[in-house]
Design a protein around this ligand. Structure first.
Ligand code: AMP
Length: 396
């Protein structure tokens, strides 16, 4: 399999699937350009070695037709600034006019195509549509990790038309290296920290991790499904009643696999879901009616810190509490800090999943952990052990 470094891009048209699905405000200004920056190394590689880059992406969820709100033309000025030259724009991702613009590109030039999802064929994985995209380039690079779990035309099907001339971009390469290191080759002790609202979203991941980790820490809202399953009093905390048996099965599986499963022993409870609620510290299994657990407690924090700081590989997915509210952020912040500290002592730490990434950014620890994944859903599926269509299409 070729890597992006194996190609001679000189004089070539390089079709790159990027993930420019960035948030825009009412004035169509980009409010977070992380995803654009993440694609820059691959774009720079192509143009600095004499190729022209043809960038394709989706933006938002248009209803299969043109919608100004989701036009990628809003991205052009900022992208031009980041690339350091004026980026050209094609107002359709396929068609004769676009093909001509692509053909006329000079070495070092960058063309951005209009939103792929203005055509319903993109999400349908339509082969004819993929072949139209393929006509634009000599080489196909996939660098859109965030959509690698979708078998869409531009992420998967298009690769068929480049049997040899295809590779991952640097971003996907980095994502895969980081995830493989954690899941296939972890230095031990290996600790996974799972938080967030619900256990139901993460069942497959937890099951797969129980085969691999030494310590599995449960936190956040999913704690209470485990506590209630074991007969604890959870008051008004979020509990998934239909997942109580599952929680017991996971506890049993952890025992069988000799995994140290850590469920919080104490927590901060509140009398309403509000930053200004009255709060108390209690054990997680004695929460009175009318109160709900919204963060892990001080004793739990001490226990978790010790485990994290003694780990050599750490995977974190999901906050320990309602960290968006300052009254319930201490647990999440302490865990983020402990991960940063373990990393400074040589541990490899991988952070993934929307809200833990938001937390790491909020506490400005992004540069103090080993890798922050850019793909929420794609990362979860890869770590669950699934083969992602966008990854398979390049590898096979
Ligand atoms: P997820 O998307 O499943 O990772 O869930 C993230 C969300 O879980 C965040 O918005 C948190 O506010 C929320 N969360 C974390 N802990 C709790 C809790 N104890 N009760 C309710 N929501 C929680």
């Amino acid at each position: 399999m070729k890597t992006i470094d194996d190609f001679n891009f000189s004089g070539k048209k390089v079709l790159i699937r990027v993930d420019f699905n960035v948030p825009l405000n009412d004035k169509f200004e980009i409010t977070d350009d992380t995803r654009i920056r993440a694609a820059l190394p691959s774009i720079q590689k192509v143009i600095s070695s004499g190729g022209s880059a043809i960038l394709m992406s989706h933006l938002g969820r248009p209803k299969d037709a043109y919608d100004l709100k989701f036009s990628l033309k809003h991205i052009v000025p900022h992208l031009s600034e980041l690339v350091g030259e004026k980026v050209k724009f094609a107002d359709d991702c396929i068609g004769e006019k676009t093909l001509q613009i692509a053909k006329n590109l000079k070495p070092g030039e960058v063309l951005l195509l209009e939103n792929l999802r203005f055509h319903k064929e993109e999400k349908e994985g339509d082969e004819k549509f993929a072949s139209e995209l393929a006509k634009l380039g000599d080489i196909y690079i996939n660098d859109a990790f965030g959509t690698a779990h979708r078998a869409h035309a531009s992420t998967t099907i298009v690769a068929k038309f480049f049997p040899e001339e295809k590779a991952f971009g640097y971003l996907i390469e980095k994502e895969l290296t980081s995830m493989d290191k954690v899941i296939h080759n972890p230095e031990r002790p290996f600790t996974a920290i799972m938080g967030g609202a619900k256990v139901s979203d993460k069942i497959l991941l937890i099951e797969n991790l129980l085969e691999k980790v030494d310590n599995l820490i449960i936190g956040g809202g999913m704690t209470y499904t485990f506590i209630k399953a074991q007969g604890g009093e959870t008051g008004n905390s979020i509990v998934e009643e239909d997942k109580l048996q599952l929680a017991l099965d996971l506890i049993k599986k952890a025992k069988e696999k000799d995994v140290n499963l850590i469920i919080p022993v104490d927590n901060i409870i509140a009398d309403k879901f509000d930053n200004d609620a009255n709060t108390q510290i209690t054990s997680t299994d004695t929460i009175p009616d009318g109160w709900m657990g919204l963060d892990i407690g001080p004793k739990t924090i001490v226990d978790l810190k010790e485990i994290i700081q003694n780990s050599k590989t750490i995977l974190w997915n999901g906050p320990m509490g309602v960290f968006e509210m300052s009254s319930f952020q201490t647990g999440t912040k302490s865990i983020a800090e402990a991960i940063a500290e373990a990393t400074s002592k040589g541990a490899f730490s991988l952070i993934g999943g929307g809200d833990s990434v938001a937390a790491i950014n909020k506490y400005q620890l992004k540069d103090k952990v080993s890798y922050v994944s850019t793909g929420g859903g794609a990362m979860l599926e890869y770590m669950e052990g699934k083969e992602l269509p966008g990854i398979k299409a390049i590898r096979e």
